[in-house]
Design a protein around this ligand. Structure first.
Ligand code: ADP
Length: 480
């Protein structure tokens, strides 16, 4: 495939991976937050329940000490009563294991003396210094709190509790979150492939259409039909294709016409040259040849000038120097210049010119008016007339060429502004017409923001009226 470079990471994969990453991130963040909240809440509950038990143990031991009336020192009391006290506290706390220590950290009682207690080497030193500490190992929590009375620390109580239920709950939430994460990952891949595949399929079709157009295979219908931006792009591509195809066709036709139209006068000139070769001494032929060669050469020159003018407009940013021009003044000049031709054709030219300032290229304006008046005279009849009028109406300058000439059949009016179109080849040849004048006029008029239209002068097909309009120039600002 042409036009591809290096490694190609398709949109589908990019989108799918991005979607998966986003979903995974969201699930992870939410999951971490949920798990964190649960474990915080569990720890808080365990801590507060153990703290309560610790306080209770403290009170209980002290109460028994006081009620025993054994005032021979807390230390001795604990050492002697330790095992009993531990068993008593254990029965208070759902038979969970309770151990008692003296202030020096030596064990004095254990509610379950037959089994080895948990390892407390890490936390005992803290408890000895009067601190409450706890340590979690697996499913159980070991809690140590100092027994503090008014005389100071007299011992340490060690409590134990199981957090298996909490851990199970935490683990089940964790499992659920993993499942959700996995499911969303799978879902994002499915979505990515289903949705993005459709989009990329459209994109691939659009690219193929672009490749086709580049290779000269034009398309008529939009390659993709969707009600979104891709659909709009697709319609744009189809429109572009049709336009390029049409302009190619027009250009081809134009070139074909040029070659044909150039051949006719040249053939005629060459024929006269041959005749002159054969009948060197025929004075009447000499006269005829001179007139006709002159006429055909004029036609050729006119045609070349117009073709160049047209193609210049086609090729370059045709340079127009817009300036403020009074259309009526340009029209008066053009009429004066064409007076000779009007007399030659026996046509009377009348004018009705009111000022109409437009912003236009002066030379183009002259060109447009010359062509119009030339046609009105050429396609007229001896004794006929042309009325040229100019006025401003609303925000436009309206220029009308109304003739009493041979008229234009209705079916020909639509094609009138196409290059090389002539109503009658014979008449065109007779008058030296090329069929390029009106297409040039139309282009020039439109370049100045104007319009040109054709209509019969009256009822029936006798006489033709051309109406040209331009936007009026903005009013000149008054000097204050
Ligand atoms: P041409 O150089 O042949 O005059 P144009 O493009 O100016 O070329 O005109 C195209 C054709 O339109 C002419 O050949 C003629 O048949 C017809 N036409 C133009 N103007 C008039 C008019 N005022 N009256 C009748 N026919 C006209």
């Amino acid at each position: 495939m042409k036009g591809r470079r290096g490694f190609h990471f398709s949109l589908r994969w990019r989108f799918t991976i991005a979607l998966a990453a986003v979903l995974l991130l969201i699930v992870s963040v939410i999951g971490a937050y949920i798990l964190r909240s649960i474990s915080d809440e569990q720890a808080r509950k365990v801590e507060s329940s153990l703290e309560q038990r610790g306080n209770l143990a403290n009170l209980r031991v002290r109460q028994i000490y006081l009620s025993a009336g054994a005032y021979n020192g807390a230390d001795t009391f604990l050492r002697r009563q330790g095992p009993e006290l531990a068993a008593d506290l254990s029965s208070l706390f759902d038979n969970s294991r309770v151990l008692l220590y003296g202030a020096d950290g030596v064990q004095v009682g254990d509610s379950q003396p037959q089994s080895a207690g948990p390892d407390i080497t890490d936390i005992l030193p803290y408890a000895k210094r009067g601190k409450t500490v706890y340590e979690t190992t697996g499913d159980s929590v070991v809690y140590m709190a100092p027994l503090v009375w008014s005389v100071g620390q007299v011992g340490i109580v060690q409590l134990q509790t199981s957090i298996r239920a909490d851990n199970d709950f935490y683990a089940s939430i964790q499992r659920s979150l993993r499942t959700i994460g996995g499911a969303s990952l799978v879902l994002s891949f499915l979505l990515g492939f289903l949705y993005v595949s459709r989009v990329t399929r459209s994109l691939r079709r659009l690219r193929k259409a672009a490749d086709d157009i580049r290779d000269g295979r034009f398309i008529k219908d939009p390659p993709v039909r969707r009600r979104d931006e891709l659909g709009e792009l697709s319609e744009g591509i189809a429109y572009m294709s049709r336009e390029i195809e049409q302009s190619f066709a027009r250009q081809k036709q134009f070139i074909g016409n040029i070659s044909h139209e150039f051949k006719t006068p040249l053939t005629s000139i060459i024929a006269y040259a041959d005749l002159l070769d054969m009948y060197r001494d025929d004075p009447s032929l000499l006269d005829e040849a001179r007139t006709n060669i002159r006429k055909e050469a004029d036609r050729l020159l006119d045609m070349i000038e117009k073709v160049l003018h047209l193609s210049a407009m086609e090729q370059y940013e045709f340079s127009l120097s817009a300036e403020r021009v009074d259309a009526s003044e340009t029209l008066a000049e053009v009429c004066a210049r064409m007076r000779g031709k009007a007399v030659q054709f026996g046509v009377a030219v009348q004018t009705d010119l009111l000022p109409a300032p437009v912003r236009a290229d002066r030379e183009s304006l002259t060109h447009i008016f010359m062509n119009m008046l030339d046609n009105a005279i050429k396609y007229n009849e001896p004794g006929g007339s042309v009325l040229v009028s100019c006025r401003s109406a609303g925000d436009r300058a309206v220029i009308v060429f109304r003739d009493t000439g041979i008229g234009i059949p209705e079916e020909a009016r639509a094609k009138l502004f196409e290059p090389f179109f002539t109503v009658s080849k014979d008449r065109a040849r007779l008058t030296g017409g090329t069929g390029l004048g009106l297409s040039l006029v139309k282009r020039l008029v439109e370049l100045q923001g104007g319009t040109v239209a054709v209509a019969p002068s009256g009822a029936g097909e006798r006489g033709t009226t051309f109406t040209v309009t331009f936007p009026l120039a903005p009013l000149k600002r008054l000097q204050s």
